[in-house]
Design a protein around this ligand. Structure first.
Ligand SMILES: Cc1ncc(COP(=O)(O)O)c(C=O)c1O
Length: 534
């Protein structure tokens, strides 16, 4: 934009023509005077005695020709995608031989028409599994909220790096983090944005390790043994964090769960005391606030009590489930959250914005500083010892991911977000009801949040067949593409798992689940026969 607010003319209209470098001639052949500046320019080129400096003889080799038209074309493709997500489609388009061949070509050396290449990209994406589709129930993932898509385009255009003090963008990010904390009811003093739950969990646990074993970031464990105490059904990112932080996978105390898949609080306290008695330092308790497998929410208030008594950091992994803390239906499950030291919320899961976008909330930002602050010659802090975001986080270059959360909350408002989450909770409860009533289906577990684990047990599928049948059934459903479901193992049995985290899903979509599973299951049994499943 020009300063007067009018759109500037296209750069390519003013810039040098986009011909290959050779066509511009060499530095020696090119006249520097006219469009390349005057002899007075001293900022580039080598100046010989009495010789005017010359600029390199090329324009911007990456200037986009006709960018207004390309932008309008891209907008059309995005709109077409959004329209296609409004309704379920009949099936998953196959990756055709033609499409495959189109993706096996060599490095393109010359330019190609941008609109045609964008069309090709859209075709590839259309033949890919997409969580934005309303019957994609396979995993806990984002559903590409439209303002989030626009935020991403705007964010990438400005390409602000919020690794360092970044002016307005830093303020916006801080506001978005505060809003997320307020939405879920976490008394944060602050937090940081991260690429995903893995990084948020790792960041929190790095801070916890520094608190439990001060100096560990510099000295290493120095012979100390450390542990992490959590549910047997914690997400693997927590184990991976233990592996990376020198706690070690063997230092993860996977505590048994109750019938609702919540960690046994007394066993958590026992594990801490046992480790202490053996000279092992418990770095943190990690609570599930919506486990990936079943949506279980641990008893946060009781765990906070144990952690306060034992002086251990409480981290809440709410990557999936924590947005449900904002609802009136399930908010009570999260009581005690406000006493946690840190909590992960993935906005790219149940806050609907596109990946990547995670929020780590912390009670005491100083704990992040103790774990991450540093000063390098390329990033001095000045007299005030002011902090950059890199002093609080694991990542360096960081895009302004918070813009999509900020825009989503401003454009839709928190009330609409809560309503969408409530709708997903209701859809899970609705499916659970349909399963309970159907003689060929078994509801494996009452849904705690929006995840429903179930089995299809038509005549002919015996207990002995059931695990293999469900694996085969999940594969067949994914090829069919009407509803997209994945297999899971719950209490040692393979089942299907439907996760409702999509704002586009309707009750008709939920009603489509059982008939589709019945149809695809029947086709599978017809093809294979139950005996061959064994
Ligand atoms: C509970 C939980 N924690 C952490 C993660 C990891 O998050 P991400 O994939 O964003 O790194 C997931 C992913 O599904 C999750 O469900």
């Amino acid at each position: 934009m020009a300063e007067d607010g009018k759109a500037e003319p296209s750069r390519s209209a003013h810039g040098r023509p986009l011909s290959p470098a050779g066509e511009h001639g060499s530095a020696g052949e090119h006249s520097p005077a006219g469009d390349h500046g005057s002899a007075g320019d001293q900022d580039s080129g080598t100046v010989g005695a009495g010789q005017a400096p010359s600029r390199p003889p090329v324009g911007d080799p990456l200037a986009l020709e006709d960018r207004e038209a390309v932008l309008a074309h891209a907008a059309g493709l995005i709109l077409a995608a959004w329209r296609s997500f409004d309704h379920p489609r009949a099936g998953q388009p196959p990756v055709t031989d033609e499409l495959r061949a189109s993706l096996e070509g060599p490095l393109p050396e010359g330019p190609q028409d941008a609109a045609s290449v964008l069309d090709h990209a859209a075709r590839v994406l259309d033949a890919s599994i997409a969580q934005s589709r309303p019957r994609f129930f396979a995993y806990v993932g984002s559903s590409g909220l439209e303002v989030g898509v626009l935020a991403d385009a705007l964010m990438a255009s400005h390409d602000v790096n919020v690794a360092v003090e970044a002016g307005g963008a830093g303020l916006l990010e801080a506001q978005a983090v505060r809003w997320v904390a307020e939405l879920v009811g976490f008394g944060a003093t602050g937090g940081i944005m991260a690429s995903g739950g893995m990084i948020s969990n790792l960041t929190a646990l790095a801070a916890a390790r520094e608190q439990a074993l001060p100096g560990a970031r510099r000295e290493g464990a120095s012979g100390s043994r450390m542990s992490l105490v959590c549910s047997d059904e914690v997400h693997y990112s927590v184990r991976r964090a233990a592996e990376l932080l020198g706690i070690g996978g063997a230092g993860v105390r996977a505590v048994p769960i109750d019938t609702r898949h919540r960690v046994e609080v007394a066993a958590v306290a026992d594990a801490i005391r046992r480790d202490r008695a053996e000279g092992i330092i418990p770095v943190a308790v990690v609570a599930n606030a919506g486990s990936t497998l079943t949506g279980a929410v641990d008893d946060l208030a009781s765990l906070a009590e144990v952690c306060a008594e034992e002086g251990v950091w409480l981290h809440v992994d709410g990557a999936y489930g924590l947005p449900a803390a904002a609802t009136s239906t399930k908010g009570h499950l999260f009581a005690g959250l406000e006493r946690a030291d840190s909590a992960t919320v993935d906005a790219h899961k149940w806050m609907y914005v596109p990946k990547p976008c995670s929020v780590l909330l912390v009670r005491d930002v100083a704990a992040l500083r103790r774990a991450f602050s540093h000063e390098e010659t390329y990033m001095p802090h000045g007299e005030e010892a002011e902090l950059h975001a890199v002093d609080l986080t694991l990542e360096y270059s960081r895009p302004l991911r918070s813009l999509k959360v900020w825009l989503a909350l401003r454009v839709h408002g928190a009330a609409a977000l809560r309503a969408a989450i409530e709708a997903n909770l209701a859809q899970a409860a609705y499916l659970a009801g349909l399963l309970r009533e159907h003689p060929d289906f078994e509801l494996v577990l009452e849904p705690e949040l929006s995840t429903v684990c179930f089995r299809h047990l038509p005549t002919g599928v015996t207990d002995a067949d059931a695990d293999r049948y469900h694996l085969a059934l999940a594969g067949a459903l994914q090829s069919d593409g009407d509803v997209y479901l994945a297999p899971a193992r719950v209490d040692g049995r393979t089942c299907l798992r439907a996760c409702f985290v999509n704002h586009r899903t309707t009750y008709e979509d939920v009603e489509g689940v059982l008939p589709t599973v019945t149809r695809v299951g029947a086709q599978l049994l017809d093809r294979q026969g139950p005996g061959t499943l064994r």
